[in-house]
Design a protein around this ligand. Structure first.
Ligand code: ATP
Ligand code: MN
Length: 534
């Protein structure tokens, strides 16, 4: 029996709701260009021209009920209600031209007190399978009692926005309307847009209930000791949270409530570039029947995937339900975080691979949200590029960063969590000279944090950043722990560090007025400032 969407003005005859994997596989293979089955059974898909998110094309409808809560600017760009209606109509018109549509009715949020009933309406089997992996699927009984959703995503990404519609700057538009509880997608078929759209809505709703939404992964040990790992894209949230010694809670989106941490999602979305069974066995083995494998290249005869091939994009991805990982914590609701780890991928090679933060330094680094990316190789640029993204995920935050920072500081303090900065980036020199720190070493440092090893080991204070840097760590050669020792060019190290300190301070200017003095004082000091302070 076909599902009914006439309440939205959609009268397509064939509507498949929460379809089985084989049905979605068959439809995808038959009708969607570039779809195939990998030798391990994953659904190989091609997302089309857009192979990553389009943050510049995201718009939020300005409405009196929510406008005072939203941090308007380059990230939350406002849209008027009329233009939303224009794009909405365009999306509905496109959806109505399709022979069949898919509906995914599922939950966001494992804690029943806060979960959101989400409906996805989309045109591609690939998108439906992706969201069935990423959301928390209802049981048959929950589906029977689902009722009306709290939020609906209309994915009409196969059809462009009209560039001449007012406020449109491209053919892509992702429009969130918090009053209508709807999101419209035009002009991009990148599936991650739906997942991060739901996350953005949670980032708006949760602080209204004093719950902290977080762009982090999370895991827990047998004793119930919880760890959360924040970080921008590519810093290691997914990789490091899949840890055979701990149970995975989730790899990307969580909330911290008055009782603890819960995962927003039902699945994981791992980077697939250079994936290997040796270094990331949990993720490698999750790529099987039911997994969506996006934009990878494969052998036309054997359907064996070449994870090193970036012909389509560097951002190749695998989406799978969390139970494709062996060691998981389900339901994904746990206690308060004991360890708060900020991951950064410092391509300058300046930050220590692990350092311990005071609560004030934790607030400072959370608001700064630093990472440094290796600049686009296609342009021949080799200098790393510093990125500061508040809360390690500014693109998804709707309130001012201080709202989230206050909630985090309060929770760290109340629950006595320890805070750490872990650099998963360069060592032995910046990009071009040094190399990325071995995953094996980073894992050993994370183990040491979890085991409490650093509590008893000697540390030195970094003269500029002021945090405590351990001088030894089980399983890691000591010389790796102090970045300057790994650089041949000591002068170069000092200069690069000085430049980075200046970048931190420049970035923090925009936030300094809104936070208390102790946090401002946790800023890194330049060489002269550090000398003056002695
Ligand atoms: P996103 O928010 O985009 O999902 P993420 O933080 O989850 O990003 P990962 O998917 O974990 O990032 O990506 C980290 C990548 O860096 C992986 O491809 C991993 O193999 C690689 N890597 C190399 N060295 C390290 C290291 N020392 N620590 C962590 N990751 C490393
Ligand atoms: Mn991830």
């Amino acid at each position: 029996m076909s599902f009914d969407l006439t309440q939205y003005g959609i009268d397509v005859k064939e509507i498949l709701r929460n379809s089985s994997r084989p049905v979605l596989y068959e439809i995808g293979l038959r009708y969607e260009k570039g779809t195939a089955i990998s030798d391990t059974g994953a659904l190989l898909v091609y997302s089309g021209e857009k192979t990553g998110r389009s943050p510049k094309d995201k718009r939020i409808v300005r409405h009196p009920d929510s406008e005072n809560n939203i941090d308007w600017g380059d990230i939350n760009i406002e849209l008027d209600e009329h233009t939303f209606k224009v794009n909405h109509e365009r999306a509905m018109d496109y959806l109505n031209t399709r022979e069949r549509l898919f509906v995914v009715d599922a939950f966001a949020g494992w804690d029943p007190r806060y979960r959101l009933k989400v409906r996805i309406v989309c045109t591609r089997a690939y998108h439906a399978l992706f969201m069935q992996n990423m959301l928390i699927m209802p049981t048959a009984e929950e589906l029977a009692n689902f009722g009306e959703p709290d939020f609906v995503v209309f994915n009409a990404g196969g059809f462009p926005a009209n560039r001449f519609t007012s406020k449109m700057t491209s053919k892509t538009s992702i429009d969130v309307n918090l009053e209508e509880n709807q999101m419209i997608i035009l002009g991009t078929e990148y599936a991650g847009e739906m997942k991060k759209g739901v996350f953005s809505v949670m980032n708006y709703l949760m602080p209204l209930e004093d719950v902290l939404p977080m762009h982090c992964s999370a895991n827990v040990n047998e004793a119930g000791d919880v760890s959360i790992l924040f970080g921008l894209s590519g810093t290691g949230k997914t990789t490091l949270s899949a840890d055979p010694k701990r149970k995975l809670i989730g790899d990307d989106e969580h909330c911290w409530t008055d009782t603890g941490v819960f995962n927003i999602e039902g699945g994981c979305y791992a980077k697939a570039i250079d994936l290997s069974e040796e270094s990331e066995p949990e993720i490698y083995n999750a790529i099987r029947y039911g997994t969506v494998l996006e934009n990878v290249m494969y052998d036309p005869d054997t359907r064996e995937v070449d994870y090193s091939d970036t012909t389509i994009t560097q951002n190749t991805r695998a989406s799978y339900p969390i139970d494709f990982i062996d060691n998981i914590h389900i339901p994904a609701v746990a206690g308060h975080a004991n360890h708060v780890i900020f991951l950064t991928c410092d391509a300058f090679g300046v930050l220590p691979p692990v350092s311990k933060l005071t609560p004030e330094q934790a607030s400072y680094h959370f608001i700064s949200g630093y990472t440094a990316k290796v600049a686009g190789t296609e342009m021949g640029v080799t200098e790393p590029q510093a990125t500061f993204s508040a809360c390690f995920g500014a693109a998804f935050m709707m309130w001012h960063p201080n709202r989230y920072a206050e909630l985090l500081a309060e929770k760290i303090k109340k629950h006595n969590a320890t805070a750490w900065l872990v650099n998963t980036g360069w060592t032995g020199g910046g990009h071009g000279v040094g190399s990325r720190i071995k995953l094996k070493y980073t894992r050993a440092m994370i183990d040491a944090i979890h085991n409490g090893d650093f509590d008893n080991l000697e540390t030195v204070t970094d003269p500029n950043f002021g945090f405590e840097v351990p001088t030894s760590c089980p399983g890691v050669p000591s010389e790796v722990l102090i970045p300057k020792d790994t650089w041949e060019d000591k002068e170069g190290y000092e200069q690069t560090k000085e430049n980075l300190v200046a970048l931190f301070n420049e970035n923090f200017k925009a936030f300094a007025d809104g936070v208390n003095r102790e946090i401002v004082e946790a800023s890194p000091k330049s060489k002269t400032e550090a000398a003056a302070a002695v």
